[in-house]
Write a protein that binds this ligand. Structure first.
Ligand SMILES: Nc1nc2c(ncn2[C@@H]2O[C@H](COP(=O)(O)OP(=O)(O)O)[C@@H](O)[C@H]2O)c(=O)[nH]1
Ligand SMILES: [Mg+2]
Length: 216
């Protein structure tokens, strides 16, 4: 089996990382890309077997792009480091890419009430409907994906902040990529960690701003 690099953007996820890294399927190599965590995340990641990169530029997209540049496997996965997504879900996404998808993304299915704040979910729905009209069959703007490294580099996503996942899907639509969306369980983030994006008014406002910039 070919190894698969897994890029995990990380900001203050020290409490979540041990569980996330322990759940990596065999042959999946975690690359944790940290942006100035103050809770010791890089050290915890290294202790639990991850390659650790430090990205000086802030933002989800900056971390993801740096991880992509460092990855070496033919197919690369991306996953949040907060414990909300199971690394085991990546296996089916990679299989979809091996079966002909240019991009395989997760559709988050909450496993419990309150996992997914209503405002984040509503915003996602609107954006996903817009993507479907452009020919991308998705119902989520998901933080779990598998794609060939070379394809993603060629696609040329430029956002380095929180518009990255949306820009990626828009560019995939424009490039007429076959996109496959598969259900992935969405759990509460690990205890002792805090949401940086959709769990607060400030984080949500930032995500909306960055996604709106992508749509202009
Ligand atoms: N490197 C890096 N990672 C980030 C940044 N903001 C969020 N993340 C990570 O991106 C993932 C998604 O953020 P999260 O806080 O879970 O957003 P939520 O799911 O909307 O609550 C998590 O793994 C975060 O640690 C950032 O500025 N830099
Ligand atoms: Mg999260």
């Amino acid at each position: 089996m070919n190894a698969v690099d897994v890029v995990l953007p990380c900001l203050d996820e020290a409490a979540a990382l041990p569980g996330v890294l322990a759940a990596m399927p065999a042959g999946y190599r975690p690359i944790v890309v940290d942006n100035g965590s103050t809770d010791g995340s890089p050290e915890v990641a290294a202790e639990h077997g991850a390659v650790v990169l430090r990205e000086p530029r802030k933002g989800y997209g900056a971390a993801v792009h740096t991880g992509l540049l460092a990855a070496r496997s033919e197919t690369v996965c991306f996953l949040d480091a907060d414990g909300s997504l199971d690394p085991a879900s990546l296996v089916a996404l990679v299989a979809a890419v091996n079966d002909g998808a240019r991009l395989a993304v997760g559709r988050r299915v909450p496993v419990a009430r309150g996992v997914w704040p209503w405002h984040a979910r509503a915003g996602n729905r609107v954006l996903a409907a817009m993507l479907r009209r452009r020919g991308v069959p998705v119902s989520d703007i998901a933080p779990a994906r598998a794609v060939r490294r070379r394809d993603l580099l060629e696609l040329g996503v430029t956002d380095r902040a929180f518009g990255y996942p949306l820009e990626l899907l828009l560019r995939a639509a424009r490039a007429r990529w076959p996109v496959v969306e598969l259900d992935v369980p969405y759990r509460p983030r690990a205890a002792g960690t805090r949401s940086k994006v959709s769990g607060s008014v400030r984080g949500t406002a930032r995500a909306v701003r960055d996604m709106a910039a992508v749509l202009r």
